[in-house]
Unconditional design. Structure first.
Length: 329
């Protein structure tokens, strides 16, 4: 397992804040790097975690696991961080994290679920790791800090749940998260009111967010993380504006036979039809709130032959028209 090298930028700032010798700490684990950091380079998750544990020990800070969040810059997460900054709502931010966190690190599984009146963001470090402050608290703190910075207004979480044991001192955690917190759970969870995650963010930019999505899809394909599903998703997204996305056209572009692609998708418990609908719905969520786009333009971008076909599909998916959806935003 690995993390991508630019994540070290955040770690270097953390070490510097404690006057720790970053070069010596990394060298002790056999990790070397040059500045500027290279987004195409991955480093060992095990070695990286060992460096952070040693730094936490040397810092003598009971709240070391919060420092990464306090010093976080979205650019530390590469394209995912910039896509977050361009997202229309916090919901879209978390969906992107769920889908693309492997571009940053493959040691945490993240899932997002609606459990009214909240959105529950669960994150679980790799199963071969024992729950600890660093891996349980730091990711949730970073997600909360990114949310606060992007929303640019105060809001309250419903609750934070952590899988690690409760530490002796928790006052600093209570102050940072500013909500009820509890420990010893099966997974870590960030629980946020739906009214917060679905609030439109004025300074968002759909077009930039989608460009970064495309970069991350390409990167995931190169990493081989999601195999056939990621490849087909990325190709569907590329072909949609052409208005003629078919199994045959996608398979040909990926240099598969249609039959081989169908069998490989079946092995992943998903069909081509499900994927194309999934991609259209995801893109629609961003296009519909962009009032500079007409419904005819959205229909074109989603690969429909005519606006009426798009309207029928929208009603089948959501039970109402695109115009009704836009008017409720």
């Amino acid at each position: 397992m690995s993390v991508f090298e630019p994540l070290l930028a955040n770690t270097l700032r953390v070490f510097e804040s404690y006057d720790l010798d970053a070069q010596a700490l990394f060298a002790a684990e056999g990790i070397s790097f040059d500045l500027p950091l290279d987004p195409t380079v991955r480093i060992s998750r095990t070695k990286y975690l060992c460096v952070r544990r040693r730094a936490a020990e040397l810092s003598g800070d009971d709240y070391y696991s919060l420092r990464a969040a306090q010093l976080l810059h979205p650019g530390d997460l590469g394209a995912l961080g910039f896509a977050w900054l361009a997202s229309n709502r916090l919901r879209e931010c978390f969906i992107r994290v769920e889908r693309y966190f492997n571009t940053v690190s493959d040691d945490i599984f993240i899932s997002v679920a609606d459990k009214p009146p909240n959105l529950v963001v669960s994150y679980d470090p790799d199963s071969d790791l024992e729950p600890e402050l660093l891996t349980s608290i730091a990711p949730g703190a970073c997600l909360l800090q990114l949310s606060r910075d992007h929303l640019k207004k105060p809001f309250n979480l419903t609750e934070m749940k952590f899988s690690c044991k409760q530490p002796a001192r928790i006052s600093g955690f209570l102050k940072f998260f500013d909500c009820p917190i509890s420990f010893g759970h099966r997974v870590n969870q960030l629980i946020i009111p739906l009214v917060v995650v679905d609030e439109p963010i004025p300074h968002s930019n759909n077009k930039l967010a989608l460009l970064h999505d495309q970069l991350m899809d390409k990167y995931l394909i190169e990493l081989g993380r999601h195999g056939i599903v990621a490849k087909v998703r990325a190709e569907i997204m590329r072909q949609l504006p052409a208005g003629s996305v078919t199994r045959d056209s996608v398979a040909a572009s990926l240099q598969y036979s249609t039959r081989t692609m169908r069998h490989r998708l079946k092995a992943e418990n998903i069909s081509f039809k499900q994927l194309i609908t999934q991609v259209r719905k995801e893109l629609l969520g961003q296009y519909i709130s962009d009032r500079s786009l007409s419904f005819s333009q959205i229909a074109f971008l989603l690969g429909f032959s005519e606006p009426s076909a798009f309207s029928r599909a929208h009603k089948d998916w959501f039970g109402h028209s695109p115009r009704t959806a836009r008017n409720t935003l």
